[in-house]
Design a protein around this ligand. Sequence first.
Ligand code: ZN
Length: 404
Amino acid sequence: MLIKNIRIENADIGSDVRIQKGMICEIDENLTALEGEEVLEGEGGLLLPPFVDCHVHLDTCFSLDATGPNLSGTLFEGIRVWSEYRKHLDPEEVKERARRTLKLYQEKGVQYIRSHVDISHDLTALRALLELKEEVADEIEIQLVAFPQDGVFTSQKVRENLEEAVRMGADVVGGIPHFELTREHGERSIHYLMELAQKYDKLVDLHCDEIDDEQSRFLEVLAACAYETGMKGKVSASHTTAMHSYNNAYCDKLFRVLKMSGIHIIANPLVNVNLQGRFDTYPKRRGITRIKELLEHGIPVSMGHDDIYDPFYPLGNGDMKEVLVMGLHLCHMMGYHELNDSYRIITRYGADTLNIAPERYGISVGKPANFNIFKSGSFFQVLRSREGIRYSVRNGKVREREER
Ligand SMILES: [Zn+2]
C-alpha cells in the first residue's frame, strides 16, 4: 500500500509512505505507485504514531450499570461501591466489559494500553484479562499491572495474591504507598514492591501520592529506589497529585532526584480533576501533577484515561485527546507550540513509559506500520477542531475509518 501526501508528526511538507508486509519500507516525497499497489490519498493530513493509554483499569470500566451509581462522585464512595462489586466478579463478564472498552480505544486510534487490575480480593479479573490480552494481541497491545488496591500490608492474602499474579504473567508490579496504614508502611511497601519486581524481572508502576496531602512524599522514595537499583526506565509513578500542593523549594529538589532516577510520571487529568480537591472549600485545588514543569525539566510525562463509565468516573470515551485537552487546560499549556507538540505526551512518551522497544514504535523505515491519519495537517488543528481519526492503521492494515 502507498499512502500519498501525509504530514508526519507536524512536518511542514507532505511525504509518501510505502507499506509492505505490515512494515514501513519507504518514506519519501513523490513515490510512484507500483503496479497493482493500493493507494490511499492522505490529502495533506497529519500522520501520528498510535495513541498510548498508560493508565486504565480494564477490570472496572463499564461496570457502572451493574455496580449502581456513585452518588457523591467521590473516590471514597467509588472505593466502597467497587469493593462490594468485586466480591462476585465473573470472568466472562469481566472480559465482555473489557472488550467494550477496547473497542472504544480502537475507534479512537489507541493501540497500546497499560491496565491496572485489582488483585486484592482474588485473581478472577487478572486471569480473565490475561486471556483477553492474548486474544487481542494482534489488534491492541495490553500490559497488565498486578494492583494491590487495598495496600500490601493490610493482609498476608494481598501479598500472596500479588506474588501469584506476577507468577501468572502480570507484566508490571503495582502498589499504592499513600494508602498503606502509615507513612512507614508506605515506605516499606515501595521497597517490598521493587524487590518483587526485581525478583521476577518486571516493570513497576505505583499509584503514588494520589492525595491532596502535601506531606505525601512517596515519589521521592520510589525515585531514589529506581536510581539505587538501576531500574532506570522501568519504573513509573501514576497520579503524583500531591505534587500540586508541594512547596516550590521541595519540588526543585524533587525534580533533581526524578531526573537522576529515569522515572516516568503518568498523569490522569480527567479523573483527578474530579476526585481531588474534595476536602477544599475555596480556592479549590485541581489535583493535577505539575506536567508543564516536569516536561521543562526533561522528566517524561505520559497520560491515562484511568476510568471509563465505572464507580470512579462516570464518563469517558477512550479518546486520549480528551484526556490530553483537560491536562493542557489545567496546567496552562495552551501556548501554540505546547498545544502542537502535545501529541508526544499521548504517543511517544507513552511508548517510552510502557518500555516498548524503540524498533517497534514510531514512524520510520523498518518499523511496523502502526499509525493514525487525520484530516487536518497539524496536531494543533486536530485539537482545535476536536476531530477524530480518519484512518487507523495496524500492521499495515486499515482498521478504522471515521466519517469525515
Ligand atoms: Zn488508577
